[in-house]
Design a protein around this ligand. Structure first.
Ligand code: C2E
Ligand code: SIN
Ligand code: SIN
Ligand code: FE
Ligand code: FE
Length: 415
């Protein structure tokens, strides 16, 4: 992280304005939260920090940064941490969220015993990290309710000395948080719309639907991240495409809205005719995005249309000229890098999830069997480079499954 060096408040405010312009282009909640935390830390030269979402009356970990301890991969994995804190007065963040106030602590280990909250030393004990200054800052919606909470840690002076968060830090962060809230709200609206579009398609039983698409979205985003990094894609471009792909991937099967429930929920194997009908979900999905008004629409179109294309050309629907036609007869096969990268990635993410999960027509397969099927499909069903990126990040894939798994109870972090 390179801190922002500013000479006066005007420069800092100008920087915040430029940050808001960057935030404006992101659509997924994950990207927005990660970026807000990064920019808050840059503004105050803070070594570490956590951003939480308020969900179900708790503070749910969204992202955790720590420049001293964490590699890039650690940061990504912590983005899929399944843990939350109660919103009550016992923790610093809980207190700040509970009362909607900023809490500033100069030394985490010197909080007077008379205070309701105390610092939880568990992270420091486990890692050897030494937390000093802490600033906990609620992010409020336009109606004034706390929707997220940012806790940033260990502010440093330009020469690397530990310093408390200053009054000016608080003012600047309040300004950032006040404006960033609307981007969080927009991202929530987008996510809800995407989940509702899937619900409309009645894909699976209602308890499963949201989780499946969130897993596929996260798998695809992280596979792309790894793929793009290995190819030297510039960081800004990578983050932008990753953000779009996460949402586009969640929409890959919305075309199932056009397929009968009798086929979708059939407990057994589909007949030849039924499967021919099922194949049309690629066209139906693409039709929703056939008049793109945004880059997201363009990517959602590619993904919906080609997520069942196979690398060796044996998938469906083939090269489509007109998504308004209801037939796949006579289409030229589409193979290799003629298949858009987004679709090659979602194809792997979707099949991995289908294999690893229970479906009305199949049980969940164990991980070794799932991975064996993917290895066997390399170069035939899947792009070998995409498979390779997938195996590189297998532990992140498992963290995503844990976060968006079907086990209802969260692992609770009590302070
Ligand atoms: P889906 O359940 O999301 O599965 C996505 C893809 O995962 C499948 O695309 C296939 O490539 C892969 N896959 C799923 N199960 C298996 C498996 O047991 N073994 C292997 N090797 N691959 C598997 P596909 O075949 O084009 O199917 C598209 C969609 O059609 C499926 O989406 C599902 O909704 C439906 N479908 C496919 N086969 C059946 C079936 O036998 N019965 C029912 N009711 N639906 C089916
Ligand atoms: C969204 O809600 O942004 C996804 C739908 C679309 O852009 O077409
Ligand atoms: C892309 O980023 O879509 C181009 C890379 C490829 O198609 O292999
Ligand atoms: Fe599909
Ligand atoms: Fe699918």
């Amino acid at each position: 992280m390179s801190p922002v060096v500013y000479n006066d408040t005007l420069e800092a405010v100008n920087h915040i304005l430029s940050v808001l312009d960057v935030l404006r282009q992101f659509k997924s909640l994950d990207t927005v939260l990660d970026r807000i935390l990064l920019e808050a830390r840059r503004l105050t030269c803070a070594d570490a920090g956590t951003i939480f979402m308020v969900e179900g009356g708790r503070l749910v970990f969204a992202h955790v940064h720590n420049d001293t301890l964490f590699s890039d991969e650690d940061v990504i994995k912590h983005g899929y941490l399944k843990a939350s804190l109660p919103i009550d007065d016992t923790s610093i963040s809980g207190y700040a969220a509970n009362h909607g106030v900023v809490v500033s602590v100069d030394d985490a280990y010197a909080i007077a015993p008379s205070f309701p909250y105390q610092f939880n030393t568990r992270f420091d004990e486990r890692t050897g990290y030494r937390t000093r200054s802490i600033l906990a800052l609620p992010i409020k919606s336009s109606t004034g309710s706390v929707i997220a909470l940012m806790q940033i840690i260990n502010s440093q002076s330009p020469d690397g000395q530990h310093v408390p968060f200053s009054a000016e830090d608080q003012t600047l962060l309040n300004l950032l948080a006040g404006h960033a809230a609307s981007f969080i709200e927009n991202a929530i609206v987008t996510r809800e719309l995407v989940l509702r579009m899937n619900k409309m398609a009645e894909l699976r039983d209602p308890s499963e639907t949201g989780m499946h698409v969130q897993r596929v979205g996260a798998f695809a985003a992280e596979i792309y991240h790894r793929y793009a990094k290995l190819r030297g894609v510039a960081d800004d471009e990578m983050k932008r495409r990753k953000d779009l792909l996460q949402i586009a991937a969640m929409l890959h099967d919305v075309g199932k809205v056009g397929v009968s429930d009798l086929i979708l929920k059939k407990p057994g194997k589909l007949t030849f005719e039924e499967f021919e009908t099922m194949k049309l979900h690629t066209l139906f999905g693409a039709r929703l995005f056939a008049h793109p008004v945004s880059e997201l629409d363009a990517m959602a179109y590619e993904v919906a249309l080609y997520h069942h294309a196979k690398f060796d050309g044996s998938g469906y629907p083939g090269l489509v000229q007109n998504v308004m036609e209801d037939s796949l007869v006579g289409l030229v096969p589409l193979a290799g890098h003629d298949i858009p990268l987004s679709a090659r990635i979602v194809s792997l993410a979707d099949v991995y999830d289908a294999l690893a999960s229970r479906r009305v027509y199949k049980p969940a397969f164990p991980e070794d069997m799932t991975l064996a099927i993917i290895r066997d499909g390399t170069g035939k069903h899947f792009d070998p480079d995409v498979v390779s990126a997938f195996f590189d990040i297998h532990d992140i894939i498992l963290a995503i499954r844990d976060k968006f798994g079907n086990i209802a109870s969260n692992q609770l972090l009590n302070t």
